[in-house]
Design a binder for this molecule. Structure first.
Ligand SMILES: [Zn+2]
Ligand SMILES: [Zn+2]
Length: 218
């Protein structure tokens, strides 16, 4: 089992084109910063800039009124995911109001972690081991782990969603097909600068033909 973990790689410039959480979004010309459709009407907070093979996934989550705005739901308007083209992106002007920026910019490097299923203790009652869960909890034992903490794991790219009920996989708003899982996003390495997801794991989905994205938490 292989998992492409996203690992904290130190601070980054706010407008860097590297994979990162925090900083300012890079978007095509004319892009308008998204506002929350779940009640507060304020600008969403920029969460992550994730270059992928067919562009850049750009993730926003409402933080203006946690608990009231339903950022955990893919369809309530309190989060947005865009699949931008990989070229021609520029920093977006930050709105004057609302909680728009994370307090820290965290660069991300990816590391493929291979877990030998035969080394995993099988728990018959739990069923199939969860690839992301195993990779994340196993990260502290990797030879290349510099910090030795699970919190260094900022998520993963590709693979399958961790412990997510099938009926929570969002439908594409354009074609109504089931969306493809793209990434996990953890809240962040330091709780003082992390995104508040209520302690939950974030899931990013994409419909590549329609270039639509979606976000939810478990
Ligand atoms: Zn809101
Ligand atoms: Zn679609």
């Amino acid at each position: 089992m292989q998992t492409r973990l996203m690992i904290y790689d130190g601070p980054a410039a706010a407008d860097s084109d590297v994979p990162r959480t925090g900083g300012v979004p890079l978007a095509p010309a004319g892009f308008d910063w998204p506002v929350c459709g779940s009640g507060c009407g304020e600008p969403l907070q920029f969460f992550a800039h994730l270059p992928v093979e067919d562009g850049v996934l750009s993730v926003f989550v409402c933080q203006n009124d946690p608990g009231a705005c339903e950022f955990w739901d893919a369809a309530e308007g309190a989060n947005r995911v865009y699949l931008f083209p990989g070229e021609g992106l520029r920093p977006v002007a930050v709105p004057a109001t609302g909680l728009t920026l994370l307090p820290a910019v965290s660069a991300i490097r990816t590391q493929v972690v291979t877990i030998d299923p035969e080394e995993v203790e099988q728990d018959d009652e739990e069923g199939t081991p969860d690839a992301y869960d195993l990779a994340r909890s196993g990260w502290a034992r990797e030879p290349g782990a510099r910090f030795g903490t699970q919190r260094e794991v900022l998520g993963s790219l590709g693979g399958s969603p961790s412990y997510l009920e099938d009926d929570r996989v969002p439908a594409c708003p354009s074609c109504a097909g089931a969306m493809e899982f793209a990434a996990h996003l953890e809240e962040g390495i330091d709780w003082r600068t992390a995104m508040n997801l209520g302690g939950q794991l974030g899931y990013v989905f994409v419909c590549r033909p329609c270039r639509e994205g979606a976000f939810l938490t478990d």
